[in-house]
Design a protein around this ligand. Structure first.
Ligand code: AHR
Length: 335
């Protein structure tokens, strides 16, 4: 009897082990590749270098990319988290080159400093697809395409909401929570906003500092702004929703009402921001689409087929203003 039970246990354990190895071989791991018994045709291998986990938006993009092998059984994904460091991303790209992946996807933390490693990828004949953020390189052929948002347009749409709200002659004091210094998402969102208020000389950005796209830093910087400027602040422009969420906490702790005493405008469109706007705590959201996995797949397939891609595949984005718009949009939000 005892021997029978033991044999049954060993059989279950062996089955479980086999299933785990099977899942592992087809999932998005950084080191493993598909088992040779699984398929006879070679999978298309994509190596993706992610920035990190700084925001809800970033997590949504990561999930979208990590879902690629689940939706495409002929694709293997090698995923690397750069943990907010460019040097980690460069090392990941070099590792993808050494592993001879078919296509490299890169969400570059900052715009500059990529020439050398992108040249190495080009020399190895591995095309690079930029996802979400752009780069500044000496030679545009160092990457195949950029799939992502128009960050300047996002900044302009935020400025338009603010100028429409306050009107031509009002004196408006604005504080800005910038994204990561040197990131295209931060540089261009600032540029777009400044362009948008340039014909409104009474609008002033009285404080501007990086909150690194994180909720904690957004709160910390907003606390400092409130300490020095207090009730003078009329508008918070946050380069992303997470920093806006941090600012809301800081404003509430300071004893003011976010969305009422201080207008809050931000970019991304994560669920938390819609919940806050539905509750009247924030006023305007410019959407930025993080669900870029399927477009990365399409680009990889096209590149493998030898096609030349458009240099910039722009995301479609909407804007949302006020509690009613947030309540109407919330049931359909995907991230
Ligand atoms: O590059 C896109 C930006 O990066 C998103 O707005 C932000 O939330 C993220 O961290």
């Amino acid at each position: 009897m005892k021997i029978k039970k033991l044999t049954a246990l060993v059989t279950v354990a062996m089955l479980a082990t086999t299933m785990f190895v099977g899942c592992g071989s087809s999932s998005s791991s950084s080191a493993t590749s598909s088992s040779s018994t699984e398929t006879t045709t070679k999978k298309l291998v994509i190596g993706f270098s992610q920035i990190g986990q700084e925001s809800g938006w970033r997590d949504a993009e990561t999930n979208s990319v990590k879902d690629i092998p689940n939706q495409n059984k002929d694709i293997e994904l090698k995923f690397s988290d750069g943990q907010q460091k460019q040097e980690n991303q460069i090392a990941a790209i070099r590792s993808f080159i050494a592993q001879k992946v078919d296509v490299i996807g890169l969400a570059p933390i900052v715009e500059t400093g990529w020439d050398t490693v992108l040249k190495e990828a080009k020399d190895a004949k591995i095309p690079v697809v930029l996802l979400d953020r752009n780069v500044k390189v000496s030679d545009p052929t160092l990457y195949a395409t950029f799939i992502g948002s128009d960050f300047i347009a996002e900044g302009k749409s935020v400025a338009k909401f603010v100028t429409d709200k306050f009107g031509k002659d009002a004196a408006v004091s604005i504080v800005e929570l910038q994204g990561t210094v040197g990131a295209s998402a931060a540089t261009d969102r600032q540029k777009g906003f400044m362009d948008g208020i340039k014909d409104f000389p009474t609008y002033k950005v009285i404080k501007s500092q990086t909150g690194d796209f994180t909720r904690a830093k957004g709160k910390e910087v907003m606390e400092a702004f409130l300490k020095s400027e207090g009730k003078k602040i009329q508008v918070v422009y946050a380069h992303n929703d997470d920093m806006a969420m941090g600012a809301i906490q800081a404003i509430e702790e300071y004893g003011l009402k976010p969305g009422v005493d201080i207008i809050i405008v931000s970019i991304d469109g994560v669920k938390d921001a819609f919940v806050a706007m539905a509750a009247g705590k924030t006023n305007f959201i410019a959407e930025c689409n993080p669900l870029l996995g399927p477009q990365l797949v399409q680009a990889a397939r096209d590149l493998k087929a030898g096609k030349t891609l458009e240099k910039w595949v722009k995301s479609d984005e909407k804007t949302f203003a006020g509690a009613d718009a947030a309540k109407a949009a919330l049931p359909d939000r995907k991230y």
